[in-house]
Design a protein around this ligand. Structure first.
Ligand SMILES: Cc1cc2nc3c(=O)[nH]c(=O)nc-3n(C[C@H](O)[C@H](O)[C@H](O)COP(=O)(O)O)c2cc1C
Length: 330
């Protein structure tokens, strides 16, 4: 298999696509700390984009740094995905386009999207080749799981087809389709794919700290690491990882109240009011893990009727537990 120049920087750090979470406010918050090489939009339906789905301008907003932002689409059929790729190339500034071959949400899988492409390697390969022709402004990648069965040879053949068809890199979340977010991922498959493919392989799943990331890169040789939930808990984690790479004694002080407030401000700036409360609840569900007495404030936020009530819950929490406001991280 021929090697192409990598469109990813060495030791790349990527923010995972996450429905309801990796919208512009979170991405802007994370990019503001620095250290992250690529951020992904929330998964968006190719068919919906073609039909002018009402909220797509929010889902496909690649600000504030389109040059680092990857658009993730899911497709239920090839013709509409190819058309969507052509349209995105004309309309949306972005660093690249990613095809979702991993989602196992029942409504996506039933309609022929996400992980169901793994049932038909030839169709997935053909899709990648045709999207490659249709989309020239940026990279083309795919994100996938191990698939339906624990069968490395099948996974390797599937991924080899995508690489030959023109994918620039692959992200592997090494769990089976049926495992959702349960059980530890098979990171050994990241190592084996990296050795077997001629394109970069990025590993994803359960990286919770700079130490986890270092160990995963060391053991798997992966070209990059993608973080999802931990980057919601700690939007500064990419900056922390980069700081520790430069200096093992690096320490980073973060004002957790200010980060929460910045998130709420970005939410109000970039998403329509009807999204505010649901997106705030999702973000704080994870973010509250930073707090020593998370249970009570998380409960208040999950039941808050509006952002004002969330601000009040946070203000009262930090008044009661001032030591949680500024914390040194490592
Ligand atoms: C709330 C939520 C939404 C997700 N949405 C997407 C998505 O839109 N596209 C996708 O490829 N994966 C999606 N995923 C999977 C993540 O990208 C990632 O593979 C998974 O969370 C494992 O990484 P982590 O352990 O670092 O969180 C989602 C995961 C979560 C928790």
């Amino acid at each position: 298999m021929s090697s192409r120049p990598s469109p990813l920087p060495p030791n790349a750090l990527l923010l995972a696509p996450m429905v309801g979470l990796s919208h512009r406010p979170l991405r802007e918050l994370i990019l503001g700390f620095g250290g992250c090489d690529r951020v992904y939009t929330e998964m968006t339906s190719a068919a919906g984009y073609l039909s002018g789905a009402p909220y797509d301008r929010y889902f496909l907003d690649t600000g504030p740094e389109p040059e680092r932002t990857i658009l993730q689409f899911y497709a239920t059929d090839a013709p509409r995905m190819i058309e969507a790729a052509r349209k995105a190339a004309r309309e949306i500034p972005a660093a690249g386009l990613d095809l979702n071959f991993g989602c196992s949400a029942p409504h996506i899988e039933r309609s022929g999207g996400g992980v169901s492409w793994m049932k038909d390697p030839a169709a997935a390969r053909d899709l990648v080749a045709r999207v490659r022709d249709a989309y020239s402004p940026g990279s083309l990648s795919a994100k996938l799981r191990v698939g339906y069965d624990d069968d490395y040879a099948r996974l390797r053949d599937f991924c080899g087809g995508l690489a030959e068809a023109g994918a620039d890199w692959l992200v592997l979340h090494p769990r089976l389709r049926s495992e959702k977010l349960r059980r530890t991922g098979r990171w050994d498959y990241v190592r084996r794919l990296k050795a077997d493919l001629g394109i970069p392989v990025v590993g994803n799943g359960d990286v919770r700290s700079p130490e986890d990331r270092e160990a995963r890169v060391r053991d798997s040789g992966s070209d990059g690491i993608m973080l999802g939930r931990e980057a919601v808990r700690r939007p500064w984690i990419f900056a922390l990882i980069r700081g520790l790479e430069r200096d093992p004694g690096y320490r980073m002080t973060v004002d957790r109240a200010a980060v929460g407030e910045t998130f709420l401000r970005l939410l109000e700036e970039h998403l329509p009011p009807e999204f505010h409360i649901s997106r705030a609840r999702r973000f704080f569900f994870y973010y509250c893990d930073n707090l020593s007495f998370a249970h009570h404030v998380r409960w208040r936020i999950q039941n808050a009727p509006d952002l004002k009530a969330i601000r009040q819950a946070l203000a009262e929490y930090f008044e009661e537990v001032p030591g949680d406001r500024e914390k040194v991280n490592r």
